[in-house]
Every structure is written in C-alpha cells, then in structure tokens.
Ligand binder design. Sequence first.
Ligand SMILES: [Zn+2]
Length: 75
Amino acid sequence: MRPMQYEELPQKYRSSSEVPKGKDIFYRCDVCQIVIPSLPKDSVSCTCGRVGIDVDAWRLWIDEPDKFTVLKGKK
Ligand SMILES: [Zn+2]
C-alpha cells in the first residue's frame, strides 16, 4: 500500500476551535512528526503529548500552535 499523501494547510490557528476537522483532515505534531486523524474513534495524542484529541469531550488540545500543522489527505 502506498503511504498516504498529505497536503499541508498553511494557516496558523489561535484557538483549537478554529481548527478544521473532517474525514480527510489530519493533524501533525511537528515535534514528534506523528499524524493523527481529526475524527478519531478513540482518544488519541501524539507521542510527545503536544497534540491530542479527547473524543469524550470532543476537545482538541494543542500545546504549541507553532508546532502544529493541519493536513488534508490527497486522494
Ligand atoms: Zn508530538
């Protein structure tokens, strides 16, 4: 299987509520380079813990917005 291709969305976000989400939207922590889906089935976070999603509260947390990139999956 080919690795998934992503397109980076260049915007920076001041608040996690501004960050887009969707089936083809992914978040990357630029510190540990882990990519997580924006709509995970279970709560998930990157390895270093700067970016994560709590599905019970539907909350996204971003410790350092400068080290966070939104990705769109390419078909
Ligand atoms: Zn990380």
